[in-house]
Design a protein around this ligand. Structure first.
Ligand code: COA
Length: 332
């Protein structure tokens, strides 16, 4: 058996979105808004939304299959599948169903929930398993269908989100291509962005009351979230660069969670990254939560813009609040 080092390499990517696109123009028929307002405040022009028949597991499996195919790794050789999602089909988890759909019979599979930071948190989790020598092939999928939990009568939030899935294959490698990372959480600001369970008292026996309810639509304090992202994201990227012993001018690409073009612009300006190095595809997909980073990465890789050896500074941020950054090299 080949002796592998305890580094990681990201060797394949894939993505999938539901076929139905919903334009700003169409949204303005649902709530009082306009293409001009949405595009100027967010950069978003359209987003994709899943039909009732489409499961998150199906979308995630499509992305996962494409990543395995790019890396030419048979599904049976995957050791671990991590599904980063906040919108699983089943609260017990959807990762095992994806394992079955892919035929990755040897893989252990679990869900990881960290909202829009889910992909970053998943990347670091996968790297820990590989660096510890436990696993060699980890399929990380970020997938979310926030359209299920969006209040389509709330113009402050329904303009932002879209559905999608993105995946990467992370493999053991002699050279470690995860060069630095930093993860953070701050629960004191938890109420800024929620998809919360609301219990209703149900008495099953005298003296035994349970909280049986439902999840509520997404609520958000947009200005607070905006301020948080613009303040915290540059800091974690700088910390990750310091750990990687790199300076910002040594990175080829800045790949931020695709929440809002104004956030991308403000963060890149603070870091002094020129616009041509900033990856942005949110005009077509909106904020796809855990999917946004691997979805954007996959597009750039397939278009030949991101090339093997390129160094990418990436950051995810969102509900929790959670945020984090990672500096990684694409390919082996
Ligand atoms: N169309 C038209 N008008 C809208 C609107 C819409 N879709 N949404 C809000 N407005 C109105 C508001 O009602 C308000 O009107 P008022 O002054 O008469 O009350 C006005 O526009 C300004 O609203 P405000 O909420 O202050 O807008 P904003 O400049 O903060 O922009 C966001 C709103 C959501 C675009 C912005 O706060 C943002 O991008 N935040 C970050 C959100 C995010 O990325 N979340 C996910 C992170 S993972």
């Amino acid at each position: 058996m080949q002796q592998l080092g305890l580094g990681i390499a990201i060797t394949g990517s894939g993505s999938a979105v539901p076929p139905t696109a919903l334009s700003n123009e169409q949204l303005s028929q649902i709530v009082e808004t306009s293409d001009e307002w949405i595009a100027s405040r967010t950069g978003i022009r359209e987003r994709h939304v899943g039909s009732p028949e489409l499961s998150l597991a199906d979308l995630a499996a499509q992305a996962g299959e494409a990543a395995l195919s790019m890396a030419a790794l048979p599904a049976a050789e995957v050791d671990l599948i991590i599904l980063a999602t906040s919108t699983a089909d089943d609260l017990f988890g959807s990762a095992a169903l994806i394992q079955a759909k892919l035929g990755a019979s040897r893989a252990v599979a679990f869900d990881l929930t960290a909202a829009c930071s889910g992909f970053l948190f998943g990347l670091v989790t996968a790297a820990q398993f590989i660096r510890a020598g436990t696993y060699q092939n980890v399929l990380l999928i970020g997938a979310d269908m926030l359209s299920r939990w969006t209040d389509w009568s709330d113009r402050r939030t329904c303009i932002l989100f879209g559905d999608g899935a993105g995946a990467v294959l992370i493999q053991a490698n002699e050279r470690d291509c995860l060069l630095g990372f930093e993860l953070r959480s701050d629960g004191t600001q938890n109420n800024c962005l929620n998809l919360a369970y609301q219990p209703q008292a149900k008495s099953v026996l005298e003296g035994v009351d349970l909280g049986q309810g439902n999840y509520q639509f997404i609520t958000m304090n947009g200005q607070e979230v905006y301020r948080f992202a613009v303040r915290q994201v540059p800091e974690v990227i700088e910390k990750s660069l310091y750990r990687a012993k790199l300076t910002i001018d040594q990175i080829d690409w800045l790949l931020l969670h695709q929440a809002n073009q104004r956030i991308l612009d403000a963060v890149s300006q603070r870091l002094n990254v020129p616009p041509e190095k900033v990856i942005s595809n949110l005009a077509h997909y909106g904020n796809t939560s855990a999917a946004s980073i691997p979805l954007a990465l996959d597009e750039e890789v397939r278009q030949g813009r991101v090339k093997p050896g390129d160094i990418i500074a990436s950051s995810g941020f969102g509900a929790g609040l959670t945020w984090g950054a990672a500096i990684f090299r694409w390919g082996r």
